[in-house]
Design a protein around this ligand. Structure first.
Ligand code: 2PG
Ligand code: MG
Length: 426
């Protein structure tokens, strides 16, 4: 049994140049685990609390030195001597120590960094890849409650065009993504995605739009006239890549609708005009788009508290489409249970930092699976070289992984990690 000797926090920078928390955790046997916490821009109201310093003199108030101090102080003192492989006990201690429902005292960034660093150290101490250790945790967490899946590579759900809060263009929808469902290996899937991405850039440039400027997650960020035009371009790019839209490659959307919902209506641009849609009209709009294009998955088509509309939309489209709750569920087992009870979606987006510990994330995945919900493990728009989510997606046999596009190093770190895991799985 390897026991925890020391934790050390550190302020590092993420892909937008904002500070974030890195944690080094060392065991008495010398094993080291390191994790870096990501950060969202289109965050849901129900997410765990990211602790920022608020000191305007540093990083516009977004420093994380207070969270780092919590790692070095209270968290290190509480975890010292614990069995590093007992993730449930470690996370239980962290939750208890924080004492708030949303981890606002210590900060979800301090808590998650510590939680994940422990998993990395446990894998290092056993000299096994992280995904293997995470799969053991899945076995323990699922035992007797849900069938334990075999480790498996997820389908990439990859950003092609970015809008919303992630790009400077004028699209309301946050992402138009592609899923190479017909590919027979991860390497082939990535080649199809890369080919489609290059053709998309060429098509945008040829039409006079920005075919080289990219958003936070590496998707192109052109100033198009509307959401449907963005989807049209992606369909044409799939064809230009010599692939069949709908058979080889399907489309996914992250509408991120909370961000254009004013509490009553959805304020959206259509055909160059601003329109204000009631929930029922928004459902019809999504329905029309889903009929018009080869779409397989839609995330956050409605706002995070518009629960009855979610139920209506899932009743209408849930048979043929994956309806993913991101802001709606916030990787929170309580909100997920409500989504299951009210049939408000049929898939959950899984983001570690929305809930703040690895064990609670596994709880959410277990709950989703036992209700027949699909799982999409997701990065944040603010990322780093940390690749934990690649291992998590494999260990939990997630249906899809959403990392961003196939450019930008913080995204590639994860795709390339998946390629290495693919070799280990064979
Ligand atoms: C999302 C994520 C990732 P953010 O909405 O799904 O694309 O964005 O990290 O900004 O919440
Ligand atoms: Mg989302």
């Amino acid at each position: 049994m390897a026991t925890i000797a020391e934790l050390r926090g550190r302020e590092v920078l993420d892909s937008r140049g904002w500070p974030t928390v890195e944690v080094d955790l060392r065991c008495h046997d010398g094993a080291l685990g390191r994790a870096i916490v990501p950060s969202g821009a289109s965050t849901g109201a129900a997410e765990a609390h990211e602790l920022r310093d608020g000191d305007a003199k540093r990083h516009d108030g977004r420093g994380v030195l207070r969270a780092v101090a919590h790692v070095d102080g209270e968290i290190a003192a509480a975890l010292r001597g614990m069995d590093v492989a007992d993730q449930a006990a470690i996370d239980g201690r962290l939750i208890e120590l924080d004492g708030t429902p949303n981890k606002s005292r210590l900060g979800a960034n301090a808590v998650l960094g510590s939680s994940l660093a422990a998993a990395h150290a446990a894998a290092a101490s056993q000299s096994i890849p992280l995904w293997r250790h995470l799969h053991r945790l899945v076995e323990r967490s699922f035992a007797g409650v849900a069938p334990v899946p075999n480790p498996a590579l997820p389908m990439p759900m990859t950003n092609a065009i970015s809008g919303g809060l992630h790009a400077g263009g004028n699209l309301d929808f946050q992402d138009v993504l592609v899923m190479p469902v017909g590919a027979t290996s991860l390497a082939e899937a990535l080649e199809w995605i890369a080919r489609t991405y290059r053709r998309l850039g060429e098509l945008l440039s040829a039409a006079g739009f920005e075919g080289r400027l990219v958003g936070d997650e590496g998707g192109f960020g052109p100033r198009l006239d509307g959401n449907e035009q963005a989807i049209e371009f992606v369909v044409r790019a799939i064809e230009a890549a010599g692939l069949s839209p709908g058979d080889d490659v399907t489309i996914a959307l992250d509408v991120a609708a909370t961000h254009f919902f004013d509490g009553h209506r959805y304020n959206i641009r259509r055909g160059g005009q601003r329109e204000s849609l009631a929930s029922g009209d928004m459902i019809d709009f999504i329905d029309r788009i889903a009929k018009r294009f080869p779409i397989a998955s839609i995330e956050d088509p409605l706002a995070e508290e518009d629960w009855p509309a979610w139920t209506g939309l899932t009743a209408k489209l849930g048979e043929k489409l994956q309806i993913v709750g991101d802001d709606l569920i916030a990787t929170n087992p309580k909100r997920l249970q409500r989504a299951i009870d009210e049939r408000a979606a049929n898939a959950a987006l899984i983001k570690l930092n929305q809930i703040g510990t690895l064990s609670e994330t596994l709880d959410a995945i277990r709950l989703a699976r036992s209700a027949g919900f699909r799982c999409v493990v997701s990065a944040r728009s603010g990322e780093t070289e940390d690749t934990t989510i690649a291992d998590l997606a494999v260990a939990t046999a997630a249906d899809q992984i959403k990392i961003g596009s196939i450019v930008r190093g913080e995204r590639l770190a994860k795709y390339n990690r998946l390629l290495r895991i693919a070799e280990e799985l064979n």
